[in-house]
Design a protein around this ligand. Structure first.
Ligand SMILES: Nc1ncnc2c1ncn2[C@@H]1O[C@H](COP(=O)(O)OP(=O)(O)OP(=O)(O)O)[C@@H](O)[C@H]1O
Ligand SMILES: [Mg+2]
Length: 362
């Protein structure tokens, strides 16, 4: 699939601008604060139903205006899609796909798929386990609604269990009540873990290939699910129940649940070194990139065509060879890359879009 054009009206620092894209690599180039990321933001919005930068839609409307909108024309194997989103300071936003008004934001999803990569994505490798769990959860949720429902259910049960742990009830009573919650938590938790480990099994093979390619074969990336695992839901459930039983004392003392999928992580190892703590900045960036490239391939497998790849400001931290290889990879699909400067030799056959003060210039 690819975005043929995007029309922005009073969106961020734009007035009225129509931008055409090529189905291959597009380099959006300009000085800081000219409107490069805003282009990716609009496309991301039409895929995910919210901005990657803000939860407040009003921030997307040009400061001096009351309304904004964008229209995007997408070409897919199944045909053309026109997505239009209107924002207003006084009314609810409205979304139209091929001229038909959508009632739920959920109906927007699945029209256009994107994989977005920005400097922020480094936290996927570097920061707390929470970001890696979020990566798993958003990806698997996009591919399976059931997973999304399981997560919601799990969090509710977890909440109840933690409330009990924090309560000032008699310790005996807490101990008597806990097994009920343990069983429910393990029941849903084991299903979540099996989804995650199955997804990771696929991801790890593709990410390893992508990583080896980007690093010219110099780095070997290994992924591993860090948590309670097993071959079947039943096995994982049993282990979780035992685990919860063993940490019971600690849980009561600390007032929260210490094991389960809400505490799990992905172990990321490059050439036998834990890259989460010991990787260089460039190495960590490359691992995050490999995970994103693997995401592309998994989406392709699931939906039958490549999503649109959005790369915000990622070139500057990769060395020339890694940049060159990333571009060679990106040629297989539509890619939009933002940058403040570029090497003309490297971007010879690329569609260059120059942006200045919210306008495309020649
Ligand atoms: N609602 C808004 N109305 C008007 N201008 C806005 C609005 N929101 C953001 N801006 C401005 O739009 C400009 C462009 O932002 P954008 O993030 O697209 O820049 P960029 O070209 O990606 O810059 P950088 O190279 O620094 O990443 C910024 O100066 C920003 O302050
Ligand atoms: Mg930017």
């Amino acid at each position: 699939m690819f975005v043929e054009n995007l029309e922005l009206n009073n969106f961020r620092n734009y007035q009225t601008e129509k931008i055409k894209f090529s189905p291959n690599i597009n380099l959006i180039v300009g000085k800081n604060a000219q409107g490069k990321t805003s282009i990716l933001e609009a496309i991301y919005y039409s895929a995910i139903g919210r901005s990657a930068k803000t939860t407040k839609d009003s921030e997307l409307i040009n400061w001096s205006k009351d309304r904004a909108n964008f229209k995007l024309k997408l070409l897919k194997e199944s045909g053309t899609k026109e997505i239009e989103i209107n924002f207003s300071r006084s009314q609810k936003k409205s979304i139209r796909v091929n001229g038909v008004n959508l009632l739920k934001i959920g109906d927007l999803l699945g029209n256009i798929a994107v994989v977005f990569f920005s400097p922020d994505e480094l936290k996927l490798v570097k920061d707390a386990p929470q970001d890696r769990r979020k990566f798993l959860d958003t990806d698997i949720s996009q591919l399976s609604k059931n997973y999304f429902y399981l997560l919601t259910k799990y969090n509710k049960i977890l909440d109840q269990r933690n409330k009990l742990l924090k309560s000032f009830e008699d310790k005996k009573l807490i101990e008597q009540t806990l097994p009920i919650w343990d069983s429910q938590l393990a029941d849903v938790g084991s299903q979540i873990i099996l989804y995650r480990t199955n997804f990771l099994e696929k991801l790890k093979v593709i990410a390893n290939k992508a990583h080896s390619y980007i690093t010219s074969g110099e780095e070997n990336l290994e992924l591993e699910y860090a948590g309670i695992v097993g071959e079947t839901v039943e096995e994982i459930k049993q282990k979780l129940i035992e685990g919860l039983h063993q940490t019971r004392e600690k849980d009561i003392k600390l007032g929260y649940t210490n094991i389960g999928p809400h505490r799990d992580d992905i172990k990321l190892v490059v050439n036998s070194v834990d890259i989460r703590s010991f990787g260089s900045q460039g190495q960590q960036r490359t691992v995050a990139l490999s995970l994103k490239l693997a995401e592309l391939e998994i989406f392709k497998e699931e939906i039958g065509e490549y999503p649109v790849l959005l790369l915000d400001d990622v070139l500057s931290e990769l060395d020339q060879e890694r940049q060159r290889r990333l571009l060679a990879y990106a040629k297989n699909l539509q890619t939009l890359i933002t940058a403040t400067q570029y090497d003309p030799f490297m971007f010879q056959d690329v569609n260059i879009i120059k942006i200045e003060k919210g306008k495309v210039i020649d």
